[in-house]
Ligand binder design. Structure first.
Ligand code: NAD
Length: 307
């Protein structure tokens, strides 16, 4: 297939690009003409230690293939320094891929405050810090493309990952709000829930499954969403092993109780099957807080006689 989705002249920051998915994203953007900031502090998958090697190796790979790249070894918590590296080396930033991440898996009963805080720091504060520094640049140049990285654990929950799933869903909220706030300035923001073989998944998935879960099968969606011609924004995608799908909310038709009568738990019990029925043909797919409120506002008119 002709590789006509190019990124010549664009500058991409990929956080956590020293391995796994981030490395795959960085190599792909480098191969299609972008200048790449390969950020990675080279920690273990649980966040211990640091080494410049991880980022350096990927920079060398991009350069060896004829691309342009520089390394940055800061933690995403120092996101402003990562953006500074891009500005110093290439004079602009067009695309931010928030990909860096760690795990501190433990059941909620045994989770410490530190394990909770650390996961929020890297995933949520880290994404915030990079975006906060890139945002004024995006606004000024009236162009920006952002990808945040959530997880199925964030969308559906996962045993032993209360910290990780809460932090990952925070990134969905961040994505949807930035999509709204960036619209006027041609800044798009989308979020992916990937599934890929990496050191993060190699201990939890069987080897034959890992062989089919190449990070390179996730990256093309990221490239497509970050292209200047793509206007998709505020969307959630699940992607892996060649599957790409979009996710949305679905709400039941529910039940409206009269607004002028007292509401008791017994009323809820009585209408429970209606409140929870996704199969009665009355479901909707709200896409904004405005659409979400419509059903509640419509019930303002629900006045019972003699209430
Ligand atoms: P990975 O461990 O190979 O990559 C994560 C990278 O982030 C590492 O290179 C690590 O050094 C770097 N990193 C960690 N903390 C950092 C920090 N503070 N600052 C800068 N870099 C830091 O794992 P991966 O599977 O490639 O994960 C990439 C992203 O995808 C993560 O956000 C992860 O939560 C998410 N994710 C992955 C999967 C999957 O199936 N692999 C599933 C769901 C979500």
């Amino acid at each position: 297939m002709a590789a006509n989705l190019r990124f010549d002249g664009r500058v991409v920051i990929v956080t956590g690009a020293g391995g796994g998915l981030g490395r795959s994203h960085a190599l792909a953007f480098g191969a299609r003409g972008a200048s790449v900031v390969v950020n990675d502090l080279g920690a273990s998958h649980t966040g211990e230690g640091a080494s410049s090697r991880a980022a350096d190796v990927v920079v060398e790979e991009i350069r060896a293939a004829g691309g342009k790249a520089v390394a940055n070894y800061d933690s995403v918590l120092d996101g402003d320094k990562i953006v500074e590296t891009a500005m110093k080396a290439f004079g602009r930033v067009d695309i931010v891929i928030n990909n860096a991440g760690i795990l501190k898996d433990v059941s909620f009963a045994r989770m410490t405050d530190q394990q909770w805080d650390l996961i929020f720091q890297v995933h949520v504060d880290g994404a915030y810090k990079v975006l906060k520094a890139a945002w004024p640049i995006f606004r000024k140049q009236k162009f920006g493309r952002i990808i945040n990285t959530t997880s199925a654990a964030g969308l559906y929950g996962n045993f032993g990952q209360a910290n990780y799933s809460a932090a990952k869903l925070a990134l969905v909220g961040l994505t949807q709000t930035l999509a709204l706030e960036g619209k006027k300035e041609n800044i798009t923001c989308n979020v992916i829930a990937p599934m890929a073989a990496s050191r993060m998944t190699e201990t939890v998935l069987p080897p034959d499954m890992l062989a089919s879960l190449k990070p390179e099968m996730v990256t093309p969606l990221v490239e497509y969403l970050c292209h200047e011609d793509t206007t998709e924004t505020g969307s959630i995608f699940e992607v892996g092993a060649g599957f790409v799908g979009k996710l949305r909310w679905e709400r039941t038709g529910g039940h409206g109780f009269p607004i002028n009568q007292d509401l008791f738990p017994e009323h809820i019990k009585e209408e429970w099957s209606k409140i929870t029925d996704f199969e009665d043909g009355r479901t909707t797919h709200p896409t904004s807080t405005g659409e979400s409120m419509e059903a509640i506002m419509a019930n303002f008119e629900n006045v019972a006689n003699g209430g």
